[in-house]
Design a protein around this ligand. Structure first.
Ligand code: ADP
Length: 262
């Protein structure tokens, strides 16, 4: 529990700090990009070299804006809009986006369990989480390889829960994202969820992907765990609470309930 508190406090402190800075930066970058656009129009087609400089400056400012928007999204702790979600449908619905993001050298495989339980989460943020994990998987396979996304009904029993921090025993939906990439040594696994921890180098990684995953999963009452060894690839298991009760039934049945009986 202490470890979890430490992680939560760290995320909150970093979130507040970066939120303020990112907000101001975002405004300044908007002014920069807007002014460059005006300058570009004024110069017109007459000066090709000046145009190239302006394009390079605009490109840099755009990339900086994308980064600050990611920082903002991370620090905002956006309110979640949970609803009943069929994990299989959500994963299937993402296959085009995922194939596109993974590129030609990485194969995507999905293994969707029949009779999967519904879960109760914000579907947009869950898509973001899966995309983040898939992109990490891709980055770990510069030579190409395979990403597998698997869904499963899962029961976390008291023995497992006792070995983990801050998890409740019970029924969960498991979404596992595996790759055949480089894998991670223990010291990287230990820090992987920390905000700004990245091994990808300047300008490549932000170190915010997995901390966003962690934040979402915790806010949703779930659990996330990394299984990885150098040279053996990586599996990230995301457990989301099973939705129980009225909403767990298919929408058509739930609608029927509102009709007068008889
Ligand atoms: P970023 O992707 O910007 O580096 P993340 O928080 O998503 O930030 O990941 C943190 C670090 O964890 C990565 O830099 C990488 O070292 C490691 N990592 C994450 N996912 C994987 C993976 N699938 N395979 C190998 N290493 C990974």
């Amino acid at each position: 529990a202490e470890e979890q508190l430490r992680q939560a406090q760290k995320m909150e402190a970093v979130g507040q700090l970066t939120g303020g800075i990112a907000h101001d930066f975002n405004n300044m970058l908007a002014v920069t990009i807007g002014s460059l656009d005006l300058l570009n129009r004024r110069i017109g087609a007459s000066d090709a070299r000046a145009k190239r400089y302006i394009d390079a400056a605009t490109d840099g400012a755009r990339r900086a804006a994308t980064l600050t928007q990611r920082l903002l999204a991370f620090s905002r702790q956006q309110p979640l809009r949970p609803e009943a979600v069929d994990p299989n449908r959500l994963v299937s619905g993402m296959s085009d986006l995922l194939r596109h993001s993974l590129g030609g050298d990485v194969r995507l495989e999905t293994v969707l369990a029949g009779g999967i339980w519904p879960t109760h989460v914000d579907p947009n943020q869950l898509e973001n989480v899966i995309l983040n994990l898939a992109i990490n998987a891709r980055d770990a396979m510069p030579e190409g390889g395979r990403v597998t996304i698997e869904t499963q009904n899962a029961h976390l029993d008291s023995r497992y829960v006792a070995s983990q921090m801050g998890v409740a025993a019970g029924h969960y939906v498991l979404i596992a994202v595996s790759d055949t990439g480089t894998g991670m040594p223990p010291e990287v696994i230990a820090k992987a969820f920390d905000p700004f921890f990245t091994t990808k180098g300047v300008g490549k990684g932000t170190g915010l992907g997995l901390s966003q995953v962690y934040g979402f999963v915790k806010q949703s009452g779930g659990h996330v765990k990394i299984y990885s060894e150098p040279g053996e690839g990586t599996t990230v298991k995301v457990y989301l609470p099973r939705l129980i009760g009225a909403e767990a039934e298919p929408a058509s049945l739930a609608d029927d309930r509102d009709l007068p009986l008889g």
